[in-house]
Design a protein. Structure first.
Length: 85
């Protein structure tokens, strides 16, 4: 599987059964080449327009399953939300 394949999948939180969004980027350890985090943009500021205030940084350990269309994660969404800089 390639990183570009991950970007086409929706991330679903199994704790809330809600969609977090689609993967926009990944954070990779340059020494080992392992994926550390999935990065998912948060909701838009005004009706999904004018950019985003937050993003979700999901540790790779929270990924429970990767399917053909979705990625299942088990996380507390408040703990993974980060303010965009």
């Amino acid at each position: 599987m390639r990183i570009c394949d991950l970007k086409q999948k929706e991330v679903i939180n199994v704790c809330t059964c809600g969609c977090i969004g689609c993967v926009s980027d990944v954070d990779i350890d340059p020494r080992t080449g392992r994926i550390l985090f999935l990065i998912v943009p948060g909701p838009g500021k005004i009706c999904s327009f004018l950019g985003r205030d937050t993003e979700f940084i999901i540790p790779w350990e929270c990924v429970t399953q990767i399917g053909t269309d979705i990625i299942l994660v088990e996380v507390d969404e408040e703990k993974i939300r980060k303010k965009c800089e």
